[in-house]
Design a protein around this ligand. Structure first.
Ligand SMILES: CC(C)(COP(=O)(O)OP(=O)(O)OC[C@H]1O[C@@H](n2cnc3c(N)ncnc32)[C@H](O)[C@@H]1OP(=O)(O)O)[C@@H](O)C(=O)NCCC(=O)NCCS
Length: 179
């Protein structure tokens, strides 16, 4: 079972290790080097949850990664989603959709957001696929948008609105028998 624990001071080292691990950062827009001190200062600035929220994802008792809502914009009711499965054995086993749906349920049904959207490197095929399968749509394609590891990368902007979410939630999953 998936559970989400609000980020606390106890999780900062785990988060720092994950956020800097090459297997996680290789497809992300940024790969920062974060010191222990910087992590603590950052947490002090974000822990009120006004602009940034983060939860550690726990699956059947194991901490497997984290989800975030960042750039929370209370004027326009939108936020940028993040989903990171950081323990290798939990990648590719179908957890992305339930993780993202839990985050979206929180954003749309608890925070009353209007839109959740953010950029993904086109080369991050698993992430693009996972977001699309979770109900996001591609709203923009930005060529040569990010310079990383000596090359320019294309980026897609993926988005889902509260309207899309509520439509998706109302349609029950129906199984069709295979021909
Ligand atoms: C993005 C991430 C969460 C996806 O997790 P995952 O475990 O690979 O996803 P899942 O196995 O649940 O797959 C989700 C769906 O995408 C499909 N998929 C995954 N990788 C794919 C690929 N390379 N090409 C096509 N489809 C793919 C899966 O088949 C699955 O479809 P299904 O629901 O029909 O079975 C994970 O790769 C990750 O944490 N990456 C590092 C951090 C990151 O890049 N985060 C996103 C930042 S924007």
């Amino acid at each position: 079972m998936l559970k989400f624990r609000k980020l606390s001071a106890h999780d900062l080292e785990l988060l720092r290790r994950w956020r800097m691990s090459p297997s996680v950062t290789k497809y992300l827009l940024t790969d920062p080097t974060i010191t222990e001190e910087e992590q603590k200062t950052w947490f002090k600035n974000v822990k009120d949850g006004n602009r940034y929220r983060c939860w550690i994802a726990n699956y059947d008792g194991a901490d497997i990664g984290f989800v975030t809502l960042s750039k929370i914009d209370w004027d326009n009711y939108n936020a940028d989603p993040g989903m990171y499965i950081c323990e290798e054995k939990y990648i590719g086993v179908g957890l992305a959709k339930p993780m993202m749906h839990s985050l979206l349920r929180y954003a749309f049904e608890i925070m009353d957001m209007r839109k959740v959207f953010g950029p993904i490197l086109v080369s991050n095929a698993s992430a693009v696929a996972a977001y699309i399968k979770a109900g996001f749509k591609i709203e923009g394609y930005f060529r040569d948008h990010v310079y990383k590891n000596d090359i320019f990368h294309d980026v897609v902007m993926v988005a889902i609105t509260s309207y899309d979410w509520h439509i998706m939630r109302k349609i029950p999953a129906v199984e069709f028998e295979e021909y």
